[in-house]
Design a protein around this ligand. Structure first.
Ligand code: UDP
Ligand code: MG
Length: 174
């Protein structure tokens, strides 16, 4: 039954999850990764990305190389009043970029993450358990399969993603 599993896993959905700078600075990387791991999703990409610029605040004011990724990532929000602050926040320190794959992973990851405003996020969700403010909500998750693909292609270079079959696959998927 393994070839059948390998074939079915290749068709699965993918999402881009990013631990934001506050999640990294607060030492929550392991905790956040483990929630997706324990659920049973497959990690296919993982890296730390840090804005190479010394003064990251500059990114909020003038477009620079490192803020390109955040600006492109959040381009649908670029007319919002909070956009400059959002870019300043995301470029303020290292982020953890991840690609996760699985059955219904996009919607399920959004549920694991919880509401945008952590005060409205249910207990048991990442934001509900670990954050208090919208502007410091520790983690990002793609909102659609299309955006999942778009964001993974934006943050990861070719060759950085890993295709593999987890040993637990037959115990997770029938
Ligand atoms: N954000 C903010 N203020 C707002 C709304 C959003 O600072 O009033 C930030 C917040 O970090 C949020 C991100 O912008 O996670 C993207 O907003 P979106 O509405 O896409 O929320 P998400 O998909 O992250 O839940
Ligand atoms: Mg969003």
């Amino acid at each position: 039954f393994l070839p059948h599993l390998v074939a079915s896993m290749q068709k699965m959905e993918e999402t881009y999850i990013m631990i934001k700078p506050d999640g990294v600075q607060r030492g929550l990387v392991g905790e956040i990764i483990s929630r997706f791991e324990k659920k049973g999703f497959k990690l296919t990409g993982l890296k730390l990305f840090k804005c190479p610029q010394e003064l990251a605040e500059v990114c909020a004011l003038s477009p620079c190389f490192c803020s390109y990724f955040c600006r492109e990532h959040y381009k649908d929000l670029n007319s919002k009043p909070f956009f400059p602050k959002l870019i300043g926040y995301i470029t303020s320190g290292p982020v953890v970029c991840m690609a996760w794959e699985g059955d219904g992973v996009v919607a399920s990851a959004r549920k694991l993450i919880g509401a945008t405003n952590p005060l409205q996020a249910e207990p048991g969700t990442i934001r509900g358990d670990l954050a208090v403010q919208t502007g410091r909500n520790v983690v990002h998750g793609s909102d659609s399969p299309e955006n999942g693909k778009r964001e993974i292609a934006l943050w990861f270079k070719e060759g950085e993603l890993c295709e593999w079959t987890p040993a637990q696959a037959p115990w997770l998927l029938e």
